[in-house]
Design a protein around this ligand. Structure first.
Ligand SMILES: Cc1cc2nc3c(=O)[nH]c(=O)nc-3n(C[C@H](O)[C@H](O)[C@H](O)COP(=O)(O)O)c2cc1C
Length: 250
């Protein structure tokens, strides 16, 4: 879905009634953005200009961070390096050896309650792609698409300095979300690609990054292909009561 939200003037510049209307419009636009964003995994070849990527990142980096450290780095990987990166990661994923990830993403073992959410997300995705649960070859083919940034015109690798603590990953996550929302607001689609974090040595080696850069994820970004079934994938969220509890009070 292509959406453009023109933000109204700041509320304080307007008379009271107009200010309230404008504030309501901002809230509506923000909530619509956040609630309609979804991961996009198939793209049109339409290029995204460099200044658009720069603008997206500048918006994303308005995200808050502890002590305003603004951790993390975004690497725009262009051809021919991008092809080399994708080929090398696909090769590493097929032939190994397994690489030690720079950071733990998921709990090990995955508790059953979370595993159910993971399976539901996978089913939503593979269901859209028409890939049966037992079709390991088709799943593998799709999974390798991760390493090709799903064919997106913009391919980013996101890293963080090795000295940073868990809180800084949280900060970087806020910037990532802000990037995804900013893209959505411009009518673009995007998907974070944690799959790259499984091959940090390959990513560092191909991109010639210093060891101190820990590989967090990739990001695919561009104009969504509206006709591709994978982009109709939708995931549900747990109900409020499962993660929100009021303590104290009357
Ligand atoms: C940090 C991060 C890493 C992700 N890695 C991948 C990935 O490697 N491959 C993929 O297809 N989706 C990936 N996703 C997308 C999630 O699967 C997706 O956000 C989740 O299922 C919720 O769906 P939605 O984004 O459509 O709302 C990632 C998302 C985040 C935030």
């Amino acid at each position: 879905m292509t959406m453009h939200f023109d933000l109204p003037m700041p509320a304080r510049a307007l008379p009271a009634q107009a200010g309230a209307t404008a504030a309501h419009a901002v809230q509506t636009a923000h909530d619509a953005l956040a609630r309609t964003r979804h991961s996009v995994r198939a793209f049109l070849p339409t290029p995204v200009p460099l200044d658009c990527v720069q603008s997206l990142l500048q918006t994303a980096r308005q995200a808050p961070s502890g002590a305003n450290l603004q951790p993390g780095h975004f690497w725009l990987v262009q051809q021919p390096l991008r092809q080399q990166l994708s080929d090398a990661v696909v090769h590493a994923s097929r032939h190994g050896p397994e690489q030690a990830e720079d950071y733990d993403y998921f709990p090990r073992p995955m508790p059953m309650q979370l595993r159910k959410r993971q399976v539901a997300a996978a089913q939503a995705l593979y269901g859209q792609l028409g890939i049966a649960r037992g079709d390991a070859a088709a799943r593998q083919r799709h999974f390798e698409d991760n390493y090709r940034f799903f064919g997106a015109p913009v391919a980013l690798i996101v890293t963080i300095d090795a000295a940073m603590g868990a809180g800084c990953y949280m900060d970087l996550g806020m910037a990532l979300h802000a990037l995804l929302l900013a893209a959505h607001a411009r009518g673009l689609g995007a998907c974070a690609i944690g799959a790259f974090a499984s091959f940090p040595d390959t990513v560092r080696s191909v991109l010639a990054l210093p060891d101190a850069h820990k590989v967090v994820c990739g990001v695919a970004l561009g104009h969504a292909d509206p006709a591709h079934p994978v982009n109709a994938t939708r995931t549900a969220r747990e109900p409020l009561a499962s993660y929100f509890t009021v303590l104290g009070g009357g």
